[in-house]
Design a protein around this ligand. Structure first.
Ligand code: 3HC
Ligand code: NAI
Length: 708
């Protein structure tokens, strides 16, 4: 393909219009950069051209640097290429004014290119952002030096360190862009370029500006405050702090030295584990949507309406999710009191969203009007998808599905939100198991991004494809998984929590275990998670499961005692912790309970190191992940990684459990698993896949290559 196809050149009276044309997001791949350089040079040479407009084809300006190129640099496949630097200098050194015309989004390198142009105009709906930190990077095309020259050090540092998007109005106010338009962008940008070309000194170079760089003491104070904020919000991450450091250089170093330092930091980060992990998560989120072995042209069912059975914690959250996506919901409960409570929860959540400015009052009213509460199954007969969210008990789920089979229209998808139960057994209560599937939402369902889509043995491909597309409409990240106890997420979480409890019995404290895993980067420690999810919920799962557990193996002892004491966690004000409001406080009564339980069971208590806590919880998680992969419950390691990052608070900057394992080294994990097997017995039997990969010096990531 000729390079010119990636960017076009046209003359509109005396203005050259260069259009970036690299669908779907106009990313700056090396050939795009070359094409833009060629067109910029052509515009210099054309004496009829007075000014240049740089715009993106389609709906967007550009998503910045081509992230696939980063993988090549990081793996050593290609040397680092500073093509974007050359392009930006070519724009800035143009002898004719260059105007960047922004619409849709301008991200990362795209903002950096635009702030290297002499002027910027944006459609009023444009979103600008420097999301490099979300990839474990800092802006690496001089953005950390040009941005502060336009909007000041504090603002530039905030944008670069958080990756936050900002709208056109905010960017105008901050001085990042020069004009905002509601009119058709291209003609307005052309007129703007002509207007600027007619001014006395039109070649305004950002690199030469210094008047907005501000006072040293004020800048230092602002950067210190930002650094503290970021260390809380992006716990454990290197890039946000590096972004602050780089922006700070604008005040202390000349431009040319500062951009060299920026480039060094960028390249260091690019080769680091955190960036590798975050790029893995970026592409992983997109990869899980592409299901291997399903034809791209598989038809999907039309979903225009939904029903939810059960208006408890999950049912009300699921109903909110559908309403937010503009899909009307019929909500079914057993009795008026429960129904009323569910509707009230939904109403309160919508009011809270209005108060937080997430939706308007009119939107909230519209969503509430699209909710139809009912006590009658017959009212579910028109729904295209029905999601069951009643108590976690097989007999009840089967009763509900028999009813759904009776009333639902033939094309309806019948989904269960069960978190652990056998989807096939639930489907067997119907005469249409091909239409039955798991839609496992996470709590709070309207907030958490993960949706585990559980395929039963009879689930049709059409129902799977429809579910995956529906998840996207619901703004969820869907991962397709197989049917077994707890599917991918909860099945792996069980050994993780089991070890956490064993460690308590052996001598660790509740707070120590939670601190160590929070320091590792988990959103919360395992005990805090149990208190949030409900110790009663876990107890019910254990009751359903207890007959199928292998006999003679050690079981956690303390959580069931907490259940018997009505210590269900946050909902009862006490669980592993005691609560003042939502604040968790250590509870000496729990410590006493743990110690007496351990003594009664003859468990010797000792000092537990932080390292042992990490190994036993995380390696148990990884070992189960290896079994899940071998059984095909998860198709690819990335399916597990995305499940854990989006559903279980696993740190994205570690890439998910399987990438973490690859980074830590499978040989080490295998050896330590064998070591714990010697001490603790069969729970620690190494998964055959872990053993095979460790002995062959392999990685989980190799499995993806094998399947290609
Ligand atoms: N490079 C390469 N591919 C990209 C890309 C990029 N910057 N941005 C998106 N893509 C790809 C996606 O992987 C996806 O590919 P696929 O269809 O094969 O799965 C395709 O473009 C469409 O992307 P989405 O599915 O995400 O489309 P959406 O419309 O939902 O979102 C978006 C569009 C908001 C642009 C989103 O893709 C996004 O946030 N992209 C990342 C933007 C980013 O991080 N830019 C900074 C890059 S780093 C940089 O510029 C460094 C510089 O400082 C030197
Ligand atoms: P919950 O106890 O808050 O709500 C269950 C609701 O179902 C109750 O309001 C009850 O009245 C109603 N119900 C019972 N039988 C019914 C019937 N025949 N028709 C209509 N409604 C009926 O329970 P929760 O937490 O919402 O859990 C529901 C399901 O979601 C369970 O299968 C659970 O395993 C699963 N789940 C729960 C998560 C959580 O964190 N709570 C997370 C993910 C899944």
């Amino acid at each position: 393909m000729p390079t010119q196809a990636l960017a076009t050149y046209a003359i509109h009276s005396d203005v050259a219009v260069i259009t970036i044309d690299n669908p779907p997001v106009n990313a700056f791949s090396p050939p795009v950069i070359e094409a833009l350089m060629t067109h910029l040079a052509a515009a210099q040479a054309d004496s009829s051209v007075q000014a240049i407009v740089l715009i993106g084809a389609g709906k967007t300006f550009s998503a910045g640097a081509d992230i696939t190129e980063f993988l090549k640099y990081a793996s050593g496949e290609k040397p680092f290429d500073d093509g974007l630097h050359r392009l930006i200098f070519a724009a800035e050194d143009s002898t004719k004014p260059v105007v960047a015309a922004l619409r849709g989004s301008a991200l990362g390198g795209a903002v950096e290119l635009s702030v290297g142009c002499h002027y910027r105009i944006a459609d009023s709906r444009t979103q600008l952002g420097l999301p490099e930190v979300k990839l474990g990077l800092i802006p690496g095309a001089m953005g950390t030096q040009r941005l502060p020259r336009l909007c000041g050090i504090a603002k530039a540092a905030e944008l670069c360190a958080t990756g936050r998007m900002c709208g056109a109005a905010e960017a105008l106010e901050a001085g990042i862009i020069d004009r905002v338009t509601e009119e058709d962008l291209l003609p307005t940008a052309i007129s703007f370029a002509q207007e600027m070309a007619a001014t006395p000194n039109p070649l305004r170079k950002t690199r030469d500006m210094t008047d907005r760089l501000g006072e040293a003491t004020e800048n230092e104070a602002a950067l210190k405050k930002l650094s503290q904020l970021v260390s809380q919000k992006a716990r454990g991450q290197i890039a946000p702090q590096k972004a602050i450091e780089a922006v700070g250089l604008a005040a202390t170093l000349p431009f040319t030295e500062a951009i060299e330092r920026e480039s060094e930091i960028f390249q260091e980060l690019l080769l680091g584990d955190q960036s590798r992990a975050l790029v893995h998560v970026f592409f992983g989120e997109r990869a899980v949507a592409k299901i291997p072995n399903i034809a791209a042209d598989t038809t999907s069912r039309e979903i225009k309406s939904a029903a939810v059975v059960g208006a408890g914690t999950m049912g009300s959250g699921i109903a909110l999710t559908y309403l937010a996506a503009g899909i009307p919901v019929v909500l079914k409960e057993v009795a008026a009191e429960q129904l009323q409570r569910g509707v009230e929860t939904i109403r309160k959540q919508l009011t809270a969203s209005v108060e937080r400015g997430r939706i308007t009052q009119a939107q909230a009213e519209q969503q509430l009007a699209a909710l139809t509460p009912t006590l009658d199954y017959q009212d579910l007969s028109k729904a295209d998808v029905i999601v069951e969210a009643v108590f976690e008990a097989m007999h009840l789920k089967q009763e509900v599905f028999a009813e759904l089979d009776r009333v639902a229209k033939p094309s309806a998808i019948l989904a269960t939100n069960t978190s652990t139960l056998d989807v096939d057994q639930i489907a067997s209560a119907t005469r249409r198991p091909e239409s039955v599937i798991g839609h496992h939402f996470f709590s709070p369902a309207n907030i958490m991004r993960l949706l585990e889509v559980v395929r039963g043995s009879a689930t049709s491909v059409e129902v799977i494809v429809t579910s995956m597309a529906l998840a996207k409409r619901l703004s969820k990240v869907a991962v397709l998984v197989g049917n077994c106890f707890g599917f991918v997420g909860n099945r792996m979480f069980w050994p993780y929590q089991r070890e956490a409890q064993f460690l308590l019995e052996e001598g660790a404290s509740v707070e120590q275990v939670d601190r160590v895993l929070a320091d590792f980067g988990m959103a919360m420690g395992p005990n805090a998670v149990m208190d949030l999810a409900g110790i009663d919920v876990g107890w019910r799962v254990d009751q359903e499961r207890k007959d199928s557990l292998p006999e003679g193996l050690r079981q956690p002892l303390v959580s069931s005692k907490l259940y018997e004491l009505n210590r269900y966690g946050q909902k009862t004000g006490a669980g592993w912790y005691r609560y003042e409001g939502r604040k968790a406080l250590p509870d000496p009564a729990v410590q006493t309970l743990i110690e007496s339980t351990a003594q009664a069971a003859g468990i010797e208590r000792r000092t537990i190191t932080d390292a042992e806590i990490l190994e036993r919880t995380l390696y148990a998680l990884v070992n189960e992940g290896a079994r899940i992969l071998a059984e095909g419950i998860a198709e690819r390691p990335v399916d597990i990684d995305i499940t854990y990052v989006y559903g279980y608070g696993f740190p994205a900057w570690r890439g998910g459990p399987m990438m973490f394992a690859d980074t830590a080294g499978l040989q080490k994990i295998y050896q330590r698993t064998c070591h714990y097997q010697e001490i603790h017995g069969p729970w620690w039997e190494p998964a055959p896949l872990l053993e095979e990969l460790a002995k062959g010096d392999g990685k989980f990531a190799d499995l993806a290559q094998r399947k290609r």
